[in-house]
Design a protein around this ligand. Structure first.
Ligand code: CA
Ligand code: CA
Length: 585
């Protein structure tokens, strides 16, 4: 990010300090996990480990952690702050609910500028008005909006440099994920799986927003490359049309890539999780319904799917497999871990997708009896919601009780991996649902479920206590649960782990917590006054380590009722950024 004065002069700029901020490069992004003065990508490194190599704040000093500053997002749009901030050149960029972006002085919290995207009436976000963060490239900060657009702004001024439409919001498309940069390309997914959209991954030139390739994640759709003039050039069908989908259902097949992706420069692959096949009623679409509920590994250089691993073939429970695929090194192998919404944790070879290991990370799973040697679920047909055409009145299929609930063993809140402990830190939830199927036909812009449901808490006897959330540390090699910290309300914020031997996470009750990464013993907490549903980050500036997290209750949980509401309906919304550092003296 720094270049010498000579390089600066060649670039026709001048700096008395001898170095100048030259913007974020591809090399900076590939080194993000190691560079401590910045946070350049969603995941604190595109591999998604959410591990900080900083140790000034550690198990001994964390007791002295105090607020450095707090910044209010303002306005009346106080709900669902799921954003991970990015930080470069002493500036923090954090997105807020309703497609807002704030640029702040990372050291003081002073506002530099803010951008409020003008949203049309009629946007259709399924699960609150959230945004999960921005990408940085060169002198730009780039984020996506609820009306399915991408906006790139100048980091220094907030001036809009380019805007591109991802897709038609009136057809149910939106976008809430943080874009990522891989091999110098901007990669984005789409949201809208509850409206029968077609999931895909797009690659663009981050400087201009122009498309480079697009890769659909529903089997049967054509991928395209784009030439210099912007013309579409066919780039191969994703899979084989009608191989895993009957009739025309693949045309509105869902598999939304709504949580974005990760990228590993060692494999050259970008890993995007995909959501439910549409509609939810699985009896309409016999077959595996590729590539729904999968991890799809895309060769960034070609835009081709190199491999896909499907957690829930022919999903009938809305077990979106969007969860982040976090790559790491173990036993001389490049592996990836994923805590799937369906309740199973998968370890795959990051190069080939080969199944290495799988185990439940929640205590109650009803929909499958286990995994076979290839990681495919062993179904119990009696635990699948029934076919409505076979119901007594042809309008409602047999209801079943399923766990996890459709909100998942884990949802959007990203986990962390520590290379020091070799453990994954998984924010898990224990809950179930009554679910049944109904007849449904596709109509543009209308919910496309064919299912009804009621979320339920689980009996204490089934899960070892009266709680929903649990922060759990797992050894990915053995599947052993090393420690857990239970939480009354469902956990909905992500995780940070550090060289200081700590794990940080926030709770809906408003506590940012730190625990010993080896034992789970809570060593620090602070209440920010509203629920936390975002992942914390850490960075250093002028010799001091900072920890920051966006705060503001919301997201999908409070939108759904059932007896879960009793655990969350007293929580207050908010919208702010909180930053902490060690007290001196
Ligand atoms: Ca970094
Ligand atoms: Ca879904």
């Amino acid at each position: 990010m720094k270049k010498s004065i000579i390089a600066a002069l060649i670039g026709a700029s001048f700096a008395l300090s001898g170095s100048v901020y030259a913007g974020v490069t591809t090399a900076d992004i590939e080194n993000d996990a190691k560079s401590t003065g910045d946070v350049l990508s969603w995941g604190i490194g595109t591999e998604g480990q959410r591990y900080s190599p900083l140790s000034q704040i550690n198990t001994s000093t964390v007791k002295n952690l105090v607020p450095a500053w707090s910044f209010s997002f303002g306005g009346e749009k106080q709900r669902g702050q799921e954003s991970q901030p990015v930080i470069a050149n002493g500036k923090m960029f954090v997105t807020g609910s309703y497609s807002r972006l704030f640029a702040l002085d990372a050291k003081t919290g002073k506002k530099l500028w803010q951008y409020e995207h003008r949203l049309p009436d009629g946007i259709m976000p399924c699960c609150d008005v959230v945004n999960r963060g921005a990408a940085l490239f060169d002198n730009l900060v780039i984020f996506s909006t609820l009306d399915a657009q991408l906006v790139a702004l100048e980091q220094d001024t907030g001036k809009v440099v380019w805007k591109e439409k991802l897709d038609d919001y009136a057809a149910g498309y939106s976008n809430t994920a943080a874009p990522i940069i891989a091999k110098g390309l901007l990669l984005t997914g789409v949201s809208g799986g509850e409206f029968g959209i077609v999931g895909r991954v797009d690659a663009r030139d981050p400087k201009t927003g122009k498309l480079v390739w697009t890769r659909p994640t529903v089997e049967g759709h054509m991928g395209y490359k784009f030439d210099a003039a912007g013309n579409k050039v066919e780039n191969g069908i994703s899979g084989t049309t009608n191989k895993s989908w009957p009739g025309d259902l693949w045309k509105t097949g869902g598999a939304a890539t709504w949580l974005g992706g990760t990228y590993d420069s060692k494999t050259g692959l970008a890993y995007f999780g995909t959501g439910n096949p549409a509609p939810w009623n699985s009896h309409t679409r016999p077959g595996d319904n590729l590539f729904s509920c999968s991890t799809v590994a895309i060769d960034v250089a070609t835009g081709q799917i190199k491999w896909a691993f499907q957690g829930t073939p022919n999903d009938g429970w809305d077990y979106d497999g969007v969860n982040e695929f976090v790559t790491y090194e173990a036993g001389g192998k490049r592996l990836g871990g994923k805590a799937d919404r369906n309740g199973f944790f998968y370890v795959l070879d990051a190069n080939t997708g080969k199944f290495e290991n799988g185990f439940p990370f929640v205590k109650k799973i009803t929909w499958a009896k286990g995994l076979d040697k290839d990681g495919r679920p062993i179904y119990d047909p009696a635990n699948r919601p029934g076919d409505p055409t076979k119901g007594a009145d042809g309008k409602k299929g047999e209801m079943v009780f399923s766990a996890p609930s459709f909100l998942g063993g884990k949802n959007q809140m990203p986990m962390a991996y520590s290379p020091d402990t070799g453990l994954f830190y998984v924010p898990a939830n224990e809950w179930g649902m009554e679910i049944w199927n109904e007849p449904i036909t596709y109509k543009k812009g209308a919910a496309y479920l064919g299912a009804g449901f009621t979320i339920k808490t689980l009996p204490a006897a089934d899960i070892g206590g009266d709680y929903i959330g649990a922060m759990r540390a797992f050894d990915p090699k053995t599947g052993k649960l090393v420690w857990e910290v239970k939480n009354n309300a469902p956990l909905w914020g992500g995780v940070l782990t550090t060289k200081g031997g700590l794990v940080f996470w926030g709770t809906p009750e408003g506590f940012l917590k730190a625990a010993d990464a080896k034992t789970g013993k809570e060593v620090w907490s602070f209440n920010v006054g509203t629920g936390i549903v975002a992942p914390p980050v850490s960075w250093e500036q002028d010799g001091e380590q900072y920890v920051g997290v966006a705060a503001g209750w919301g997201g999908a949980v409070p939108l759904w009722g059932g007896d879960v509401a009793k655990k969350v309906n007293f929580l207050n919304q908010g919208g702010s950024m909180w930053v902490f550092k060690l007290h001196k003296g």
